[in-house]
Design a protein around this ligand. Sequence first.
Ligand SMILES: *Cc1c(COP(=O)(O)O)cnc(C)c1O
Length: 395
Amino acid sequence: MTDTQAREAELYMQAARRLPVTLVRGEGVRVWDDEGKEYLDFVAGIASCTFGHSDPELAEVIAEQARTLIHVSNIFYTEPQIELAELLIEHSAMDRVFFANSGAEANEAALKLARKWGRLNRSGAHEIIVAQNGFHGRTMATVAATGTPAYREPFEPLVPGFIYVDFDDVEAIQSATNEHTAAVMLEPIQGEGGINVPDAGYLRAVREWCDEQGMLLILDEVQVGMGRTGTLWAHEQAGIIPDIMTSAKALGGGVPIGAMMATEAASVFEPGDHGSTFGGQPLATAAAAHVLRRVVEGDTLANVRARGEQAASRLSALGEKHDVVRGVRGRGLLIGLELNDAIAPQVVVESVQRGVLLNPVRPDVVRMMPPLNVTAEEIDQVVDIIDGAIAEVAG
Ligand SMILES: *Cc1c(COP(=O)(O)O)cnc(C)c1O
């Protein structure tokens, strides 16, 4: 245990499981620990470091905005906030934006908006149908919306009104719907739940059901959005439009920001309904505007698709060498390597020793979510290291 880790053990709330690595510096896809050891970072701040670490262009945008105006609160207007709002509206099917500071906060805003919408438009309907294994954050309402009992149970009683159904099962949503249902809230692909990709027709069927019933569809694009799955928003691939959607993680390229967006019909907040001291501040919105512009204007999305295919085919091929490798799931650069045994934590520890940062999202699934500008060489290097790590752990 290093000095930093010993101090952490003594005084930091022991709420998170960490790998025994203290990071001090990063550049692109690479990070270095306090002993000078180099790693290829395929965690990327949990799918948040859109263009890797210490990106010079993003650093310049942040520095310039910090020299100009960091924060003033929403008592005043600021130009970077409205510029980011314009960009998000231009590059989505949404009409209005609200900025928060994290994914959970963006989802809190979405849940409050849906409750108010139900009150106004569906005779006080307030229930929200959510999916088992879903993940929407750690605040009291978003943890209530999270389909993993272990995340909820220690904190009960929670915010009421959430109905849990199986993911990728439209009939389960139909059976759970009643006159009290205001909305269905889903991730287009479940991230924390283990990178669960639904059947091709699922989201479209849910959209049709919500339309038929006059309910809202809320999509949580916090992990899968901002280009991670090869299109700016994951739901584009299903050919549907949500009523409310949220973004965070990669939106700020590493700077904390969350966004809740909605169609005009769903935008029922009035002055005084919701707020955030830091939400949409100049520093975070200037950073996010730069990141979003680069994702939509450059060759980032094409790189995500090409590198995603490369990683999926090279990782699948590991199945021919290692019986323990079952397959690959995910889309674009949100990749899950499925194993036949619950050895993902050991594979990750061995990979970290060999210089690759990964995440065991499930006991039998290793998650990879590299920066969106990862190169072909970096993908190859990481697959080779995982190959060796699996041989060591399972061989
Ligand atoms: C990470 C995540 C959240 C929570 O975001 P925070 O910024 O950690 O609050 C919500 N929804 C999804 C799908 C996520 O992956």
